[in-house]
Design a protein around this ligand. Structure first.
Ligand code: NAP
Ligand code: MG
Length: 405
């Protein structure tokens, strides 16, 4: 069979540990045999980030901006233990944080659903996508341990010297204080990324905050979303037959639990942190969660939501067999290739992505899966495959789909 040709290269960001091992097998078994892959390769493995003083991460993000679509392998975010393990010059920042800051994007996380891995919430029939605002709030806060009695105030000093003061509390004894911020520009980007992604995937968009209690802070989020929706997106949503819907966060949680799924749930930073873990575990497995960073000007970076699966990597290094789930990493590749196909008008690439995803799903539904899924499946006759066997089984399923035409 002739390999599918590409016009514009994909930005490829390689990574660390077990996912780096899977990365190579996926390319050798599922990509190279079928696609004449054009990619610009960046090695974001921790050794190379250290060797380039993390310049490689910045270069890869700029390439993502230039070419539009990237696929990323999971990477180590260094901590104290990694400093000694990799003999690092510095505790380099999270690559995802760096890329997100350069692309100014929002992260959308969607579970991959298959028969045999049932959501714990009975009403959920379709995936729920969480869009998490990735800037500010409690993640960039300032805190004080209040030692004893005294007055707490919120003070803003304008660059012209003007001052705004707001009393917070008169402490009679010890306590705690917290100050946080966000930016109109960041909230606007978040809103546009969400509206664009809803149009892209033809799904409803929900957004929630606590504007009844937080009459300035959360209310600003609500207002910005509504203003941008009315001015720029209302007509496009009508044409696509989808809706935008705002409600209070507690009402949203209640509705989500009773819903069928099949929508995007936009969350403020903290809500998104908490709710994405809830949604992914309720759908079954972190190893079945995809993630895409979408910038407001239409650049995309696809990856798996899980990390480098360190524990499996150490087993692999000792020569022991692993059964690591490659599904989310395969879907990162198909997501990126489908988007490349869409942008460049290459139908064969989009079809490749559809068929490869079908191959993954039919492999699992036929009872062949990795150990993590075997532990939670409701299917009865299950064959547990090792990391490489699973990918090879997907290749067989893909060939069978293509043979059928
Ligand atoms: P992790 O790599 O997601 O793994 C946590 C545990 O979840 C694993 O030990 C494994 O459980 C299970 N698991 C996750 N993905 C799996 C898969 N594909 N197949 C089978 N089981 C899977 O998280 P972590 O161990 O906390 O972090 C490891 C490294 O990843 C850290 O250095 C962290 O900085 C990095 N990280 C990177 C990203 C990213 O690049 N986007 C995201 C998160 C973490 P069992 O051990 O019980 O089998
Ligand atoms: Mg979290």
């Amino acid at each position: 069979m002739e390999k599918i040709k590409m016009n514009t290269p994909l930005v490829e960001m390689d990574g660390d540990e077990m996912t780096r091992i899977l990365w190579k097998i996926i390319k050798d078994e599922l990509i190279y045999p079928y696609i004449d892959l054009k990619s610009v390769y960046y090695d974001l493995g921790l050794e190379n980030r250290n060797a380039t003083n993390d310049q490689v991460t910045i270069d890869s993000a700029n390439a993502n901006k230039k070419y539009g679509v990237a696929v990323k392998c999971a990477t180590i975010t260094p901590n104290a233990a990694r400093m000694t393990e990799y003999n690092l010059k510095e505790m380099w920042k999270s690559p995802n944080g760096t890329i997100r800051a350069i692309l100014d994007g929002t992260v959308f996380r969607t579970p991959i659903t298959v028969k045999g891995i049932e959501p714990y919430v009975r009403s959920w029939k379709k995936p729920i996508t969480i869009a998490r605002h990735a800037y500010g709030d409690v993640y960039k806060n300032a805190e004080i341990d209040v030692p004893g009695p005294g007055k707490a105030e919120l003070v803003f000093t304008g660059s012209d010297g003007s001052e705004i003061r707001e009393p917070i509390f008169e402490f009679k004894g010890p306590g705690v204080l917290q100050g946080m911020h966000n930016l109109d520009s960041s909230i606007e980007s978040f809103a546009r990324s969400c509206f664009n992604y809803a149009l892209d995937t033809k799904q409803e968009l929900w957004f929630a905050s606590k504007d009844t209690i937080s009459k300035k802070y959360d209310h600003t989020f609500k207002d910005i979303f509504q203003e941008i929706f009315d001015a720029e997106y209302k007509e496009k949503f009508d044409a696509a037959g989808i809706t935008y819907f705002y409600t209070l966060i507690d009402d949203a949680v209640a509705r989500v639990m009773k819903s069928e799924g099949g929508f995007i749930w936009a969350c403020k930073n903290y809500d998104g942190d908490v709710m994405s873990d809830m949604v992914s575990s309720a759908f079954g497995s972190l190893a079945m969660m995809t993630s895409v960073l979408v910038s407001p000007d239409g650049n995309y970076e696809y990856e798996a939501a899980h990390g480098t699966v360190q524990r499996h990597y150490y087993k692999h290094l000792k020569g022991e067999e692993t059964s690591t789930n490659s599904v989310a990493t395969i879907f990162a590749w198909t997501g990126a290739l489908r988007k490349r196909g869409e942008l460049d008008g290459i139908a064969a690439l989009e079809q490749f992505a559809d068929h490869m995803e079908q191959a993954v799903i039919s492999t699992i539904e036929s009872g062949k899966m990795t150990k993590d899924l075997a532990l939670i499946t409701s299917l009865e006759h299950v064959t547990v495959l090792n990391s490489e066997e699973f990918i090879k089984a997907v290749r067989e399923a893909y060939d069978a789909i293509c043979a059928k035409g």
